[in-house]
Design a protein around this ligand. Structure first.
Ligand code: 3PG
Length: 214
């Protein structure tokens, strides 16, 4: 699937995770990320206000490409699409979630951590998966080993990615993009210091651009 999200991830291989308790905060975090150059934003369905947060980011941050993360069920996938999600991410592989997204012609990135899960994803016709939790599930050596078998699969490592290991995670050719919460830490958000988020996004973008030029 060649979508606008995937075109953007080819240029900026970063997915920033946003978790907020209210829509206003989600919007401010997203504006800061976009100002820092990171526009693919995954709003996590982990708070009561998550769908409101997603809808608000879609409406009020038009330069963001907002999707939904932590999508655990088909019902949540439907709700996320109704809120305007432009992509769907799950921590694990659930065919019902994949089906909902595909019927809506929306990119879906289910999480895999093992060869068995990857084989199921491959046999569902998926070309890109989240690799989660990346640092615990074997990190870069695991991605290299899995991609030597699943030669066309592209990975989005997420879980334990940070500014200090981002360049290494982006290095294997099978890595399509990296996702994570390191650009959106809770502490500056509590303080209302959204410039810190912007700086973290800018730093991640610089690392990613250097890594991709190597
Ligand atoms: C996720 O939802 O993908 C993970 O919580 C991301 O893990 P991280 O917080 O280590 O980036």
């Amino acid at each position: 699937m060649n979508t606008e999200i995937e075109s953007q991830l080819r240029v900026t291989p970063l997915i920033a995770l946003v978790q907020a308790d209210d829509a206003r905060t989600a919007v401010r975090i997203s504006q800061a990320l976009v100002a820092g150059g990171v526009s693919v934003i995954e709003v996590l369905l982990r708070t009561d206000a998550a769908l409101d947060c997603l809808a608000a980011v879609v409406e009020k941050v038009p330069d963001a490409m907002a999707g939904a993360g932590t999508v655990l069920s088909a019902a949540q996938a439907e709700a996320a699409l109704a809120a305007g999600a432009r992509f769907v991410v799950s921590p694990g592989l659930d065919e019902a979630v994949v089906d909902v997204a595909r019927k809506a012609e929306t990119p879906v990135y289910p999480g895999v951590a093992t060869a068995g899960e990857l084989q199921r994803a491959h046999n569902l016709g998926l070309e890109t998966v989240k690799f989660f939790p990346a640092s615990i599930a074997g990190g870069i050596p695991a991605i290299k080993a899995l991609s030597s078998v699943f030669r066309t699969m592209r990975f989005i490592p997420t879980g334990g990615v940070s500014a200090s290991n981002l360049a290494d995670f982006l290095a294997p050719p099978a890595v399509f993009a990296c996702g994570g919460s390191w650009m959106t830490p809770a502490e500056p958000i509590w303080r209302g210091d959204f410039s810190a988020i912007e700086n973290l996004a800018r730093q991640a973008l610089e690392i990613a651009q250097k890594s991709r030029q190597r």
